[in-house]
Design a protein around this ligand. Structure first.
Ligand code: SF4
Length: 205
């Protein structure tokens, strides 16, 4: 395991969050099978990392009550119902836009449906993160999220925001702006409620 990841896991523990490491997607899914209980209720945030690592597929195929926000043709009311149910899940699983080496998670969200259950509600929150999301400072976390992740996310979501054309954030006031909530999770009251799993390699953006 990379020394930087090892140090970050130590610092997460100091912030009452647990840290794990998986060498590859096989190890990741094996680890998940030890952290999740069959039949439990699971919610998820939008995450390219979870897609790329096969976690969504795993959750759909195993014996869980998975509130899958990616089902085809969901109405906005049906999506809202899933977002509200996410607060009362056993596990909420998500990626993160950035993680700092001193053990803090940083995310930008559009409607808050991803960051809100990270903060409160689910009994446990599992965050899967590639080494590419690791930065040294909160300032670097904000920068990577605004200048790298958010413009790519806006493109993925077919937004007409300026960043899609420019490839960088100009702090727009566009009606389709996706950057509304800037959330830094520094520590938890409940020890190990948040569990961060590092996976070797680059995932998501
Ligand atoms: S604030 Fe606007 S320009 Fe900047 S990344 Fe978000 S949507 Fe794009």
């Amino acid at each position: 395991m990379d020394e930087k990841i090892r140090n970050t896991i130590t610092n997460l523990q100091k912030n009452n969050m647990a840290g794990y490491y998986a060498e590859n997607t096989k190890e990741l899914l094996l680890l998940l099978s030890t952290l999740l209980i069959k039949g439990e209720r699971i919610g998820c945030g939008d995450s390219i990392t979870l897609e790329e690592t096969g976690v969504f597929e795993y959750l759909r195929n195993e014996d869980f009550t998975f509130y899958d926000k990616h089902q085809l043709n969901l109405t906005s009311e049906e999506k809202r119902a899933i977002y509200l149910k996410n607060f009362d899940t056993d596990t909420f699983i998500t990626g993160t836009n950035a993680i700092t080496t001193d053990g803090q998670l940083f995310n930008i969200d559009g409607n808050g449906s991803r960051v809100a259950p990270m903060i409160y509600g689910p009994k446990q929150v599992i965050v899967v993160v590639g080494a590419n999301k690791l930065v040294d400072t909160v300032e670097a976390a904000v920068y990577r999220t605004r200048q790298i992740a958010a413009p790519m996310d806006a493109k993925r979501l077919y937004k007409n925001t300026p960043c899609v054309k420019l490839g960088k954030c100009i702090n727009c006031k566009h009606e389709q702006r996706i950057c509304n909530d800037f959330v830094l999770i520094s520590r938890q009251f409940i020890k190990d409620r948040i569990k961060v799993i590092f996976i070797n390699g680059n995932y998501g953006y």
